[in-house]
Design a protein. Structure first.
Length: 185
């Protein structure tokens, strides 16, 4: 649990909240969310997250405070990853990681951490808490359907942060804009 101005009391999926909360309350919760550090993730939450949840593309998990303030969110999904250069991947990630990816026909089955955001003023450590929550969720799902490979894409300045959480840098994504990071659960 992260301590700060607002104490986290629950994490709920956006899908559950769309079914159980009145639309105006949910709209207010989401519209009040501000993430100056990364406006891109704020836009995702406000413009695309509900559509992704309703179409079963991904699940956005919202961290809500006791004051009913949205502290942040994490979006998770399953999404395959193309493995274009096996030797380069083994060199960067290691043979053990590569073997755990279960690559078949140059495709690795994977869980994806797609979005991670915290509100302006959120307590230090909030991102780590949400990553741990996502990894715990994937570990539970793994017991039912398998897959041990979790990946995310990040900007250069976040490589060290994710490495500190146990992820390994495995290269750039296809268009070269983000770094692919991986962890085996």
């Amino acid at each position: 649990m992260v301590q700060g101005e607002s104490t986290l009391i629950k994490i709920s999926t956006l899908e559950d909240l769309m079914r159980t909360q009145d639309p105006q309350s949910l709209d207010k919760l989401i519209s009040d969310f501000k993430c100056s550090a990364n406006p891109e993730v704020e836009r995702f939450l406000k413009k695309r997250a509900r559509d992704h949840d309703s179409k079963d593309i991904s699940r956005t998990h919202l961290a809500i405070s006791e004051e009913n303030k949205l502290l942040g969110f994490i979006t998770v999904a399953s999404k395959c990853m193309a493995v274009e250069d096996k030797e380069e991947l083994i060199k960067k990630a290691g043979k053990e990681t590569y073997d755990s990816m279960n690559v078949n026909n140059d495709i690795a089955q994977a869980y994806l951490i797609g979005q991670l955001a915290k509100c302006d003023g959120a307590a230090k450590g909030f991102g780590k808490t949400m990553i741990e929550y996502a990894l715990s969720t994937f570990t539970k799902v793994k017991k039912h359907i398998g897959c041990r490979f979790v990946r995310l894409d990040c900007y250069d300045e976040l490589i060290q942060y994710y490495e500190g959480l146990g992820f390994r840098h495995i290269g750039k994504n296809a268009d070269g804009t983000h770094n692919q990071m991986a962890i085996i659960i």
